[in-house]
Design a protein around this ligand. Structure first.
Ligand code: ADP
Length: 792
């Protein structure tokens, strides 16, 4: 057609021939062109009947040129809407009708003769004749299946990318090249508490009150705009007004937009605040652990479980084992003395692998320096980074073991001590029993002193003195064992200290006169009241006076004074004796403390007297002091709290401790015949009518027969003991009012209570002096339990 412009004009024939040839040539040119182009071409006449199909059109429609020629175009070129499946108006028809070039509507499917459908893209244009009139239509179309597939692929890929962006937990913002936000994903909105409305279309730096206006981000985005290479792991720390301080890792890259021209910036924001915190915590905890490890007072070894070799050690282990840390590295446990040999070490190792831990409470160890150490060894296996590691904790327990041994020794000592105390208690108790009858017997002899010869008198006074001393010793022994076993109880009442002092003077009188010593006594005129246990206090004074006599030469001087000083009552016992060495003074009140003395131990004593005195005084709320110098004598001062003023006035001084006795019928019962007989003799001498029996059964008989007013009965009788006899007799009306006195070696409160429960009126502890016996009888006369008589 374009060639028509190049036709030449000749003679008419030649012109005709020439124009026929030209026409053929043009047709051929047209045919070849249409056959070789990639688009399908169909032409119609003005009626819309097909006049021509090129090979591509033949293949797409399924019609051949021959078949289609003269057939209406609608049959050959059947098109429907892709979605509605309705017939679409043929563009060729419209081009014919309107004489215009018509483009095809989108989504058109060509239905081929065979029924095959394929998407096409087409256009139609009218063919105009020489006069400009429409002579037909040319329809050009092409198969767009492949293009569609490519488009869909792109769309799918885009949707895929979008869904990834939407679902990742990492906040992502997509920016236009001018840094306005195109969009952002849900994570972004959630993480930074902003809405899509206040985000999309805005400049990133203006978002949320300019909270994204971060200088570092600015420089990063500016440089990515200039340079296409992506930014990776750009760390930014920023204080956001709403969500606080965050540490973020930013990743950005430029991406081409769908139109293939403009570019977008994809900005991924990873909030690593928590990770950083966790890392910091981990570092801290590692540091703490390390510090612990370094400063632990336990030796710690870390071993590789695979090789059994030491990989790490703390400083303390070097102290225990005697190796430096360097020397320990790569060693096995047996090489550093922790196990006897390689075999033992390997056995322990196997056990450790099987059970996960081993423990030896006591592992003997010779350290490098040859020092024997006892260690506690605990070992555990644990996993570190998929590696098995062994930790051994080694504690030097030598000191603890030593302490334990010392404790066992102390306990053994304490046990020995306790048994010694028990032995002393038993011994003193047993010593008392023979003392009582001896004392009674000597007293009896003394009653006959008018008729005795000089040697008799001398012998008697020797016995008297020695028995007196023996008794003091035994009493002290007994007392100390009571004190040490905590079994002492004071029976306190308001007493006049002068009377106590007088009693003590009487007791020591035989010793003092034997030693030809003088006692200068100074007592106040008025009674000196205090609240105390008179027999215990008398014991204190006796002990001090006895010492004064013992540790002074014959003919020496002893001074005793009693005074009132403010709230205290002060008793002083001074002597002109040997005195006490200065080194002994601080310990003088300790149990068994004694000065060096000659082998014959002429002064005797057990070293308990002062201890007893001090303890008793302290139990009364007082104190004892001593001042002494060698060769210059000694002075012991006792301070005791006085009775408060108000209480004193109520008391009437009573000197009369020995009321006049009347004669009683007395039954004496004791299986110790010496004791029984001597007591009976004494009582007879006192003017009483006495009968003696030596057992429980005979006591029962004698009691009914003799009807005693007073009974003096031993508790520890064989067959029927004293308690039983008393209980039985108490049921007899005739003996209901008899005055029953128990005699026992035991003087605990519980012993007294048991006597009382059995029906006794009084409880005398053996050995008792004739004076105590007298007092017990006096109590019978007054029919009142006289407490001091109850006591000893
Ligand atoms: P004992 O007299 O039985 O040895 P004490 O406890 O009464 O026990 O006395 C302890 C020691 O204190 C005595 O052995 C003696 O060495 C010393 N001692 C006590 N009183 C005096 C004193 N008045 N003068 C010198 N030494 C004394």
């Amino acid at each position: 057609m374009a060639r028509s412009g190049v036709s030449r004009v000749d003679s008419s024939d030649t012109r005709e021939r020439a124009s026929d040839e030209e026409l053929r040539e043009q047709r051929e040119w047209l045919r070849v062109t249409l056959s070789s182009i990639g688009d399908a071409v169909v032409t119609t006449d003005t009626e819309g009947s097909v006049t021509f199909l090129n090979p591509v059109a033949e293949s797409l429609t399924g019609w051949t040129q021959e078949e289609a020629a003269g057939i209406p175009l609608e049959r050959v070129f059947k098109i429907v809407n892709e979605e509605t499946r309705r017939a679409v108006e043929n563009p060729a028809t419209r081009a014919l009708r309107e004489g215009l070039i018509v483009g095809l509507a989108n989504h058109t499917l060509l239905v081929a003769k065979s029924g095959t459908e394929r998407p096409i893209d087409d256009s139609a244009a009218p063919i105009r004749g020489a006069k400009g009139d429409v002579t037909g239509v040319v329809l050009v179309f092409r198969d767009v299946t492949e293009r569609r597939r490519q488009e869909r692929k792109i769309q799918d890929a885009l949707a895929y990318a979008q869904s990834i962006v939407a679902t990742v937990r990492e906040p992502i913002v997509i920016l236009h090249h001018d840094l306005r936000v195109k969009t952002a994903n849900r994570s972004f909105y959630q993480a930074f508490r902003v809405s899509p409305e206040e985000t999309e279309g805005h400049l990133i730096y203006e978002l949320g009150n300019r909270q994204w206006d971060i200088p570092k981000l600015r420089s990063m985005l500016e440089s990515i705009r200039g340079d296409a290479s992506p930014f990776q792991d750009f760390e930014v720390e920023h204080d956001f007004p709403v969500i606080g301080r965050r540490i973020m890792l930013l990743n950005a890259r430029r991406v081409r937009e769908g139109d293939g021209i403009s570019e977008l910036i994809l900005l991924a924001i990873e909030d690593i605040t928590d990770r950083r915190l966790a890392e910091a915590e981990l570092r801290d905890s590692e540091l703490r652990y390390r510090r612990l490890f370094e400063t632990a007072r336990d030796g710690i070894l870390i071993l590789d479980a695979a090789t059994g070799k030491i990989t790490d050690t703390n400083p303390f282990i070097t102290e225990v084992l005697g190796y430096t840390q360097d020397e320990l590295r790569d060693k096995e446990l047996w090489e550093i003395g922790l196990f006897e040999d390689k075999g033992a070490s390997q056995r322990a190792f196997r056990e450790l692998q099987e059970r996960g831990h081993i423990r030896y409470d006591d592992l003997p160890l010779e350290n490098r320096g040859g020092r024997r150490v006892e260690v506690e060894f605990v070992s555990n296996v644990y996993q570190v980074d998929h590696r098995s590691v062994i930790q051994c904790n080694i504690r030097d327990i030598s000191e603890r073991r030593q302490l334990e041994r010392a404790r066992v020794q102390t306990e053994a000592m304490a046990d020995l001590h306790r048994r010694k105390d028990e032995f002393l208690a038993m011994l003193s108790h047993e010593l008392r029993n023979p003392l009582a009858p001896i004392m009674n017997a000597v007293h009896l002899l003394g009653l006959e002193r008018d008729s005795e010869t000089a040697p008799q008198q001398q012998a008697r006074s020797i016995i008297e003195r020695q028995v007196g001393q023996l008794r003091v010793l035994v009493d002290d022994l007994l007392e100390i064992s009571r004190i040490t076993t905590g079994r002492i109880r004071l029976h306190q009442e308001d007493v006049d200290m002068r009377i106590i002092v007088k009693g003590a003077l009487e007791t020591v009188e035989p010793l003092v006169s034997q030693r030809k010593q003088q006692i200068a006594v100074s007592l106040p005129q008025e009674p000196v009241w205090l609240h105390g246990d008179s027999s215990r206090l008398e014991q204190v004074v006796v002990n001090l006076l006895t010492n004064a006599a013992k540790y002074s030469d014959e003919g020496g001087h002893i001074g005793l004074s009693l005074e009132q000083e403010e709230d205290d009552l002060v008793l002083r016992v001074a002597d002109s004796g040997i005195g006490i060495a200065p080194e002994l003074l601080p310990r003088i009140f300790d149990l068994f403390t004694q000065a060096e003395r000659s082998l014959d131990r002429s002064q005797g004593g057990l070293g308990v007297g002062l201890t007893v005195a001090q303890k008793l005084v302290e139990m009364h709320g007082g104190r004892v002091e001593v001042s002494s110098a060698l060769g210059k004598g000694s002075e012991f001062t006792v301070h005791l709290p006085k009775l408060p003023r108000g209480r004193e006035s109520q008391r009437q001084p009573t000197e009369a401790r020995h009321p006049q006795l009347r004669s009683f019928r007395v039954l004496v019962v004791d299986d110790n015949t010496d004791q029984a007989d001597s007591a009976a003799l004494l009582l007879q001498r006192m003017g009483h009518e006495v009968r003696v029996v030596y057992s429980g059964p005979t006591a029962l008989e004698a009691a009914v027969d003799f009807l005693p007013e007073v009974m003096l009965m031993d508790i520890g009788l064989p067959v029927i003991d004293g308690h039983e006899v008393a209980r039985f007799l108490r049921q007899d009306d005739r003996l209901k009012n008899a005055w029953m006195i128990a005699m026992s070696g035991y003087g605990q409160d519980s012993d007294r209570e048991r006597s009382h429960a059995a029906g006794f009126n009084l409880h005398l502890v053996k050995p008792f002096s004739p004076r105590e016996l007298e007092e017990a009888l006096a109590a019978a006369a007054g029919k009142s339990s006289w407490r001091s008589a109850l006591r000893r």
